[in-house]
Design a protein around this ligand. Structure first.
Ligand code: ZN
Length: 240
């Protein structure tokens, strides 16, 4: 079974298109939240994700902010400006799609959340003690997260956290229990500007990590034309 795992698309259509093309034929698509905000094409990205086979899609903190569910004072200036821009840009049907997304969902042996199983919308799994604490908050074999925009695999043996940053096209057989993050499609932050995704086989327990180039200049131009903060364009070239 080939499941395409994507996260943090952030309204970056060229990146999403490149990932879907590169991934080829898949049995299902699981999207771990933050479909919108930062980028210029929120409606188009939601339209394209909605068409994917056996879609499971989660709510991210930026989706929630755009829906008016979060206090924007938690966001920095650039982030709150783009939330407001996206609120204006959303079509009604896009908004309705985002409205019904869950914060947490269990699919077979997998728990899916945006941030962490302990705090699905907000917690960042960056600090190893925070990662370790989160292993008590899911009871499936696998837990898939996004949110940090940094690809990583965390395995916990009850005492130590082992973490692996997979390379492009590297296939890993996951030790369990595990928390895995595919990285970000639309705004990578690991200093590699290429769009990131994973192909996961929950039956075999394999995780294949991928990076793919996309026309960054096209989306940068559209961000600037749209009047979104230029920082959201600049950072895409650096992958920060
Ligand atoms: Zn995000």
């Amino acid at each position: 079974m080939r499941v395409l795992i994507i996260s943090d698309v952030h309204a970056n259509l060229p990146a999403l298109e490149a990932v879907l093309k590169d991934a080829g034929s898949v049995d299902a698509v699981w999207c771990l939240g933050d479909l919108v905000d930062y980028g210029p094409d929120p409606n188009e990205c939601v339209d394209l994700v909605r068409k994917q086979p056996n879609l499971v899609c989660l709510l991210g903190n930026h989706d929630a902010a755009v829906l008016g569910r979060l206090d924007l004072s938690f966001f920095n200036r650039e982030a709150s400006l783009s939330v407001q821009w996206t609120q204006q840009a959303l079509r009604d049907d896009t908004r309705q799609f985002l409205e019904q997304l869950p914060e947490r969902i269990v699919v077979g042996s997998c728990t899916l959340v945006h941030g962490s199983p302990r705090n699905p919308l907000w917690e960042y799994l960056l600090d190893l003690s925070v990662v370790a604490a989160n292993f008590a908050h899911f009871d499936t074999t696998y837990c898939l997260v996004g949110h940090t925009h940094i690809p990583v695999i965390f395995h916990y043996d009850g005492e130590w956290i082992e973490w692996v940053v997979p390379k492009d096209k590297e296939a890993v057989t996951l030790k369990t229990p595990v928390i895995a993050n595919p990285g970000s499609v639309g705004q990578p932050r690991d200093r590699d500007p290429r769009a990131a995704y994973a192909i996961f086989d929950p039956e075999a327990g394999t995780w294949e990590f991928h990076r793919v180039e996309y026309p960054i200049d096209q989306v940068q131009e559209r961000i600037i034309k749209a009047g979104l903060p230029t920082y959201h364009a600049r950072r895409l070239s650096e992958g920060v």
